[in-house]
Design a protein around this ligand. Structure first.
Ligand SMILES: [Zn+2]
Length: 157
């Protein structure tokens, strides 16, 4: 969603509200460059993306699911709702720019982790404990000790 004033691509979502009885979402956005605010009515586009789960099942990508997962990790943390929306926007942007239409659910998890780390340390660890399939405390420790491992893996997604 480009800024209507300066055409900059990067905007923050300040507020999101579903419009009753329709698939559209009303978003209040602010341009990261010129700081002007504007409202958009966006149709909820279903990203045509297949998510391959750990058990091999294939599912249609679901934004709500990702929002919920990240939201849960941020429960009672000082993370604004718009930060979570922006994080998911960011991930979708990345997903749309890939050449394939399939992605492993664990890769989406890693993309989210990489961004959560910058947002809130505890939310990051919570999310990791759900998505990284730790088997024991040692796995967890390794993960905490080597945060760059995720970043490196994310670069290859
Ligand atoms: Zn602008």
């Amino acid at each position: 969603m480009n800024c209507p004033y300066c055409n900059n691509e990067e905007t923050n979502v300040l507020e999101s509200r579903g419009l009753p009885g329709s698939e559209a979402v009303r978003r209040r956005r602010q341009c990261k460059r010129c700081k002007k605010r504007f409202t958009t009515h966006e149709k909820v586009v279903n990203i045509d993306l297949k998510v391959i789960k750990k058990n091999g099942k294939v599912e249609q990508y679901d934004r709500e699911k990702l929002l919920k997962g990240v939201g849960k990790a941020c429960y009672k943390r000082k993370v604004a709702k718009e930060d979570i929306e922006n994080l998911v926007d960011d991930i979708e942007c990345k997903l749309l720019n890939r050449k394939t239409v399939e992605i492993k659910s664990s890769d989406i998890g890693k993309l989210a982790l990489n961004r959560l780390r910058r947002l809130d340390e505890l939310a990051y660890l919570r999310f990791a404990s759900v998505y990284m399939d730790f088997n024991n405390a040692e796995d967890y420790k390794q993960f905490i000790l080597a945060p760059m491992r995720i970043t490196n893996q994310v670069n290859n997604i």
